[in-house]
Design a protein around this ligand. Structure first.
Ligand SMILES: Nc1ncnc2c1ncn2[C@@H]1O[C@H](COP(=O)(O)OP(=O)(O)OP(=O)(O)O)[C@@H](O)[C@H]1O
Length: 610
């Protein structure tokens, strides 16, 4: 078992018609370093990654840099590659590409298929599955169009999230793959927005399964999978001009991406604690993170490709994407290189890298949806299996439950522990209803100026007298294991008090950071987790800025006083300008009430204090 951090590459796409004004100095690449200007253009942020591709990078160059990872799959190590970025930043171009300029997915198949003829003493079986996650539902993009495509995610006996009844299509050649993939890609949901005429409205995950079997001894098997994920783009609805339906999709997309960020944050905390676990990782909050669990703190090796759009209007998104890349590359996976099924005597030669022939490649990146029929029998029977069944080499990942400890408990156990009486479907409907309500509110208040504070330039809001207790409370979480629960709670309360102050003063980022630190001390506190989500959603402009809650009578008095002579800062403008919509903002908290009803996380006396 070796520990391996997620690798992170950057790719900036060339300027296009939707970029508006482009500052050539806006995003600068020097070697493996990239820097980006903030929205005001007066501050530059620097980042270092494993590889940075500029606007002139070709698909072949991008592919060559991921090749070493793919080769590991032939040694039985699972690989996940995912493209992340704002809408229109070039994720689909990078993963899928066009007929004339194919991306990572077709290139991966193109180098994998010829491998068959290179093997002497073994056979190579290749198959693939292709799913999309649309509004937090999983749909199989393979199979007969007449059949239902919606799939459930289940927990396998080994504790893995698996897609039930998933179709895995065996492929004999690149041409076979091309035909099936082309048809399936057309059925992926795309739509036109102001920022991208062919915007993907779903996350798409194509998984390639490779199995090398010894001809003489069938028990000698190496199997691995390559999971290629094209995430839907994060969206700023002020720029996309989305209609109601697009807004709904957009909300689901942004929400799942925020969960992805939270999973990365929590996994990082676990890494900081020496991989000992204990911090609740909210994989279960979205289907996307459930399916990517193995790549985020699991047993796959991972590569994130951050795609950037050069337009000045994307400056904030660029910094957000780079920050996501920065935190993702600290996530450590425990790659199991010694699992059973990895024994294989034949040395595997490196994959054959050569320029791809566009005439033999793919018609993909469709403009609109169409229907595919009758393709699948032609190439032999597609197998309907569960995802886990093929990946015999995957070490089981013990899921962390709400309490963060009870690894191995399945979905039902977890629900039982949480006291949830609702079915998954009911819960999904409830969440969707809440999100829709919030969208409606946002739409009716769209004329009002909602000023979100600048993402960067966090200014300290604590005074010198407060610093001692804050410093103590923010001490490295490494000592958490030896800390009593009273001490943790005490520290969490200090942090929450400071977070509230920051929140009151309009410094949402500072508040978010402090709430998150408090959450490190009380990872089981649902209300705290919801407060974090509310602030994150408001920073993403999905929800209005949540009202800061005053804890004690003293604090309330202070708050009233300060409001009567409140400085006109950004956060305050935001929270007052959207007061009209506050009545509905309790809805997320309402849901939290439901989660807490069974008293899982707190005693009733303590509820409502966060
Ligand atoms: N490296 C590139 N070179 C040339 N054109 C590119 C490049 N990257 C993206 N494009 C073009 O920019 C447009 C938007 O790209 P693409 O659809 O891949 O964005 P996306 O990030 O997948 O967007 P969404 O999240 O909305 O689906 C497309 O027309 C695409 O062909």
């Amino acid at each position: 078992m070796v520990t391996k951090s997620i690798a992170c590459h950057i790719r900036v796409r060339p300027p296009g018609v939707n970029d508006g004004k482009v500052n050539p100095e806006g995003i600068k690449i020097e070697g493996n370093e990239v820097s980006a200007l903030n929205v005001g253009g007066d501050k530059r942020y620097h980042f270092k990654f494993d590889k940075c591709h500029g606007t002139t990078s070709t698909q072949q160059e991008v592919f060559e840099h991921i090749q070493p990872l793919l080769e590991q799959t032939y040694r039985g190590i699972n690989t996940t590659i995912f493209a992340y970025g704002v809408t229109g930043a070039g994720k689909t171009h990078t993963m899928q590409g066009t007929q004339a300029d194919p991306g990572i997915i077709p290139r991966t198949v193109q180098v994998s298929c010829p491998k068959r003829s290179e093997l002497r003493s073994s056979t190579l079986n290749i198959g693939f599955s292709y799913v999309e996650i649309l509004k937090d539902e999983v749909y199989d993009l393979l199979g007969d169009r007449a059949e239902p495509r919606k799939r459930d995610i289940r927990m396998s006996a080994e504790g893995q999230n698996i897609v039930a009844d998933l179709i895995i299509q065996p492929i004999g050649s690149q041409a076979e793959f091309a035909e099936i993939y082309e048809a399936a890609a057309k059925t992926r949901k795309t739509a036109s927005t102001k920022l991208n005429s062919s915007s993907s409205r779903s996350h798409a995950i194509l998984t390639l399964y490779l199995e090398i079997r010894d001809i003489e001894d069938a028990s000698q098997v190496v199997s691995g999978k390559i999971c290629l994920t094209d995430l839907a783009g994060s969206e700023n609805n002020n720029l996309t001009g989305n209609d109601r339906e697009r807004m709904r999709e957009s909300s689901a997309i942004n929400t799942s991406l925020i969960t992805l960020g939270k999973v990365v944050d929590a996994s990082n905390l676990n890494t900081k604690k020496g991989g000992e676990g204990g911090v609740f990782v909210p994989y279960r909050e979205s289907k996307l993170t459930r399916l990517l669990q193995d790549a985020l703190g699991g047993t796959s090796q991972g590569l994130l490709i951050c795609c950037l759009a050069p337009g000045e209007k994307f400056a904030r998104d660029t910094i957000n994407t780079l920050q996501f890349g920065k935190k993702s590359k600290s996530v450590e996976n425990r790659v199991d290189v010694t699992a059973p099924g990895r024994r294989h005597s034949e040395p595997v030669r490196p994959l054959n890298v050569r320029p791809i022939d566009p005439t033999k490649s793919f018609k993909v990146h469709p403009g609109n949806n169409s229907t595919a029929t009758g393709l699948y029998n032609k190439y032999g029977p597609a197998r309907r299996v569960t995802l886990g069944a093929i990946s015999t080499n995957v070490r089981s990942v013990r899921p962390l439950t709400a309490k963060g400890k009870n690894g191995g408990a399945g979905v039902e156990n977890e629900k039982e522990m949480l006291g949830l009486k609702m079915s998954d479907e009911q819960l999904d409907q409830k969440i969707q209803k809440i999100v829709n309500q919030e969208i409606d509110i946002l739409k009716t208040t769209a004329q009002e100026p909602v000023v979100v504070p600048e993402i960067v330039n966090v200014k300290p809001v604590v005074n010198a007298g407060d610093k001692a207790s804050l410093a103590q409370a923010t001490e490295d979480v490494r000592g958490l294991g030896s800390m009593s629960s009273e001490e943790r709670e005490k520290r969490a309360r200090v942090l929450v008090a400071h977070a509230r102050k920051a929140h009151h003063s309009g410094d949402l980022l500072q508040a978010l950071e402090l709430y998150k630190k408090a959450y490190e001390h009380m990872p089981e506190n649902k209300k705290l987790s919801l407060r974090i989500t509310e602030i994150e959603l408001s920073l993403e402009r999905i929800l209005p800025v949540p009202e800061a809650r005053a804890g004690s009578t003293q604090e309330k008095l202070k708050e009233e006083k300060s409001q009567s002579r409140a400085p006109l800062n950004a956060g305050f403008v935001a929270s007052t300008s959207i007061k009209r919509s506050r009545a509905h903002l309790g809805s997320l908290a309402e849901l939290s009430g439901e989660l807490e009803i069974e008293g899982v996380s707190e005693s009733p006396a303590k509820r409502g204090r966060i």
